[in-house]
Design a protein around this ligand. Structure first.
Ligand code: PEP
Ligand code: MG
Length: 752
């Protein structure tokens, strides 16, 4: 069954259009279950389930036969959201006969819902004339198929919507999640990682002959590369292995494949896209073959495809220019990709994968770039160059928006800018409540660009400098002196204010290209302090670089990420002390910096008192703490709805940390995204956090909300929410309170 499922899903995945995907589904179901009829109904905008594909019923009924969820057996399956298996369908009270389907009287019926992200998208049904209840294995097969196909159908449906747009001039919109609040109006630029066949953007070209010549050049260069590689390894290869190089060469000489690519290019389509489509088609064909030898050729085909593609892309990349209002779109944008785009051109970001808590989104927040994350159904390869709007408030992307939509968003953008201006006027005012309770607001930084912005916005210190950012933007580990120069810039810019430098926090979703880590569970694996303690040479170089950079400024604080046990803290302290002694012996005039610990795993919450007793400060990393307390991957769009720092468990944990720190007279700050969110900032202040550290974009907003209320009001709100049972209730309670306080942080029409 697994093979069967794999083959069907692969085939459907590769179908060029929604209709072809649906036709394939019904055909393959009929074949594999040996039934006469299989039909697929999809829900339309008006909540009707419309016959969209069938094998066995009258094809002319496609598009015309439809029913609500209160009609017919199909409607019944949709309404109940579960499988219905009937030996004699005709006698069921919900049975409805549609003569236009040409339906003979089929006795048995098995229907399963097609559900994607809790929503019933449609119904997949099989029928047969023989009166026999479908057995359990058949039901299981149809259910499994439907579950596997739901994502593909949702995606294909969205792609289909886009195709519909270009033909009929309606605007297309795609749902994701808010990543960074704000609005951007611009032009999509699709980012595709080099040699990734599945994310090559569809692009048009003008000079067909030039493109074909370019394609031939790529083939020639790849052929030469392969030959050179084969010659070099000649003596070390067996005859069988040598034959592989011949297979590659033969594939590159395959005239029919070359002809196919050229035929696409002749339609004024760029070579990289044309090549990727042909290769993917052939990979698909090979991978579904029964013969194991031929099946293995699909891997060769893919490898070869990537080599040629890399050449095609490298040459194009050199000429790439970015429009002034670039909206960068990609399958999985990463923190390092952000560094590659000229900052003055970038106005918006859309990532198909990831969520608001991914590091890329956090970095985008510090840069203040409106972002939509997890736009899973966006057919991103098809929209390069299209006019695009990013609504980071509601997590929606508009492709080719019509004039009304553009006008609406231009007005919102103006409103948005007015709000930002209003906040800017607070810059030189203190961050204090109406009853004069002072709350120091610090910033989280990573890039040098954050520094200017942060100072402009009145930051009183740096609560988290993510040192991994400069590491992520390079091809190899920076040397001690290179690091020292980078750190010096940060320390000097903020002096005499404190700058909290976190030691290298890589692993998890922050892999360094030059330090690959392969793990089944990266977030539970080799991350943060675990890596640096295993590599004291990396840790010591970084600590020395920080201390060197602080000479004469003495505003450095060192912070350790991902600590889950006291020995980790103690080992790190020994190394830090060693680095300090060495530098002092070398003659450096420096003070021993305060060393603090991030509280971001549940174990650290329960040991916060012991950790606080042994360190100079604590800082809560609420992003990871939420992830680990709620067991929700912060990167996974599928479960992003469960990632909520208003969860009562998170709030209780935060209270414990504050009490534990203060019991040891150790100051405690918070540097996760919570601190930059108006509602939670009030709660954190009421809990007694000594410092709130956030991205600079949010700082003015937080200052504004704190200046709107009294500490007493905040404390009574906290008391109220701590009695509530779930995150949703907390969120509603906090939002109502914000409205009562008269606080608005986004254009009025976007208040929800
Ligand atoms: C956190 O986990 O809350 C945090 C501030 O660190 P990062 O987001 O960089 O993991
Ligand atoms: Mg963290």
């Amino acid at each position: 069954m697994l093979d069967l499922l794999r083959n069907i899903t692969q085939e459907v995945n590769a179908a060029p259009s929604l209709q072809e995907a649906m036709d394939l589904v019904v055909l393959r179901v009929c074949e594999s279950m040996s039934v006469k009829v299989c039909s697929l109904y999809l829900r339309d905008e008006g909540e009707r389930f419309v016959l969209r594909a069938t094998k066995g019923l009258n094809k002319s009924a496609i598009g015309s036969v439809s029913m609500t969820q209160n009609q017919g057996l199909v409607g019944y399956v949709a309404k109940r959201g579960e499988a219905i298996n009937l030996e004699n369908a005709e006698v069921h009270s919900r049975y409805l006969y549609f003569p236009e389907t040409g339906e003979e009287r089929f006795a048995s019926f098995l229907g399963v819902p097609v559900i994607h992200q809790r929503i019933v998208l449609g119904v997949l049904a099989v029928q047969q004339s023989q009166r026999r209840r479908f057995d359990e294995s058949e039901e299981a097969l149809l259910l499994t198929l439907s579950a596997q196909l739901s994502g593909i159908i949702a995606h294909a449906k969205a792609t289909g919507d886009l195709e519909l747009y270009t033909e009929e001039s309606a605007d297309a919109r795609f749902k994701g999640m808010p990543g960074v609040y704000g609005i951007a109006i611009g032009q999509a630029v699709v980012y595709s990682p080099t040699a990734d066949l599945t994310s090559v953007p569809f692009q048009r070209i003008e000079d067909i002959d030039k493109e074909i010549a370019f394609f031939h050049e790529a083939l020639t260069v790849t052929r030469e590369e392969i030959k050179a590689l084969g010659d070099k390894l000649q003596d070390r290869l067996t005859t069988k292995e040598r034959a592989l190089f011949d297979v590659y060469s033969a594939m590159l000489d395959d005239t029919s494949m070359i002809r196919e690519v050229k035929a696409i290019i002749r339609k004024s389509i760029a070579a990289p896209y044309a090549w990727s489509q042909v290769i993917l088609k052939h990979v698909q064909t090979f991978s579904t073959m029964h013969d194991p030898y031929l099946r293995e050729r699909s891997a060769d085909m893919r490898d070869l495809g990537r080599r040629v593609l890399a050449y095609l892309q490298q040459s194009v990349e050199k000429e790439r220019t970015y429009p002034d209002n670039t909206i960068l779109v990609g399958d999985e944008l990463t923190a390092s990709v952000l560094g590659e785009i000229p900052q003055d051109k970038l106005v918006g970001l859309v990532s198909v994968k990831g969520s608001a808590n991914s590091h890329m989104a956090i970095l985008a927040k510090t840069m203040g770039i409106p972002t939509v994350m997890g736009a899973a159904d966006l057919p991103f390869t098809q929209i390069d160059g299209s006019p695009t709007i990013v609504d980071g408030y509601r997590g929606t992307v508009y492709i080719n928006p019509n004039d009304d939509v553009v006008a609406e968003f231009k007005a919102l953008l103006r409103e948005d800018e007015a709000i930002v201006k209003k906040y800017e006027s607070l810059r030189d005012l203190p961050c204090e409540t109406l009853d004069k309770h002072r709350v120091p607001l610090w910033v989280n930084t990573g890039l040098m660009a954050d520094v200017t912005r942060s100072i402009q916005r009145g930051a009183e210190g740096v609560g988290l400098y993510r040192t991994e950012v400069p590491f992520l933007l390079r091809d190899s580990f920076p040397t001690e002196s290179e690091q020292s120069n980078i750190y010096r810039e940060q320390l000097a810019a903020f002096a005499p204010h404190a700058v909290t430098m976190r030691t290298l926090d890589i692993g998890g979703d922050k892999p360094l290209s030059y330090f690959p880590i392969k793990e089944a569970n990266p977030f539970l694996g080799w991350r943060g302090i675990r890596i640096t303690l295993d590599h004291p040479e990396i840790f010591l170089a970084q600590i020395r670089a920080m201390m060197r950079a602080s000479e004469g400024l003495d505003n450095l604080r060192i912070m350790l990420p991902m600590v889950s046990a006291i020995p980790e803290l103690e080992e790190a302290q020994v190394l830090i002390r060693r680095a300090y002694n060495e530098l002092v012996e070398e003659g450096l005039m420096i003070e021993m910096p305060p060393v603090g610990v991030m509280i971001e795993v549940p174990a650290a919450v329960y040991q916060a008192r012991e950790i606080a007793a042994r360190s100079d400060f604590l800082s809560v990393g609420s992003n990871d703490l939420t992830q680990y307390l709620l067991a929700v991957d912060r990167n996974n769009a599928q479960v992003a709805g469960l990632f909520n720092s208003y969860h009562p468990a998170v709030l209780q944990a935060l209270k414990v940390v504050v009490a534990s720190a203060h019991s040891q007279d150790t100051p405690v700050s918070i540097c996760g995204e919570m601190a930059g969110e108006p509602g939670s900032a009030i709660l954190l202040m009421a809990m007694g956090f000594d410092v709130l550290s956030m991205n600079s974009t949010n700082l003015p907003k937080i200052k504004s909300v704190i200046r709107t209320i009294t500490l007493e009001q905040a404390e009574s709100l906290l008391e109220q929410v701590l009695l509530l049972p779930d995150a949703q209730a907390v969120s509603e309670c906090v939002n109502n309170a914000l409205t009562e306080f008269g606080f608005a942080s986004r254009p009025k029409s976007l208040m929800i």
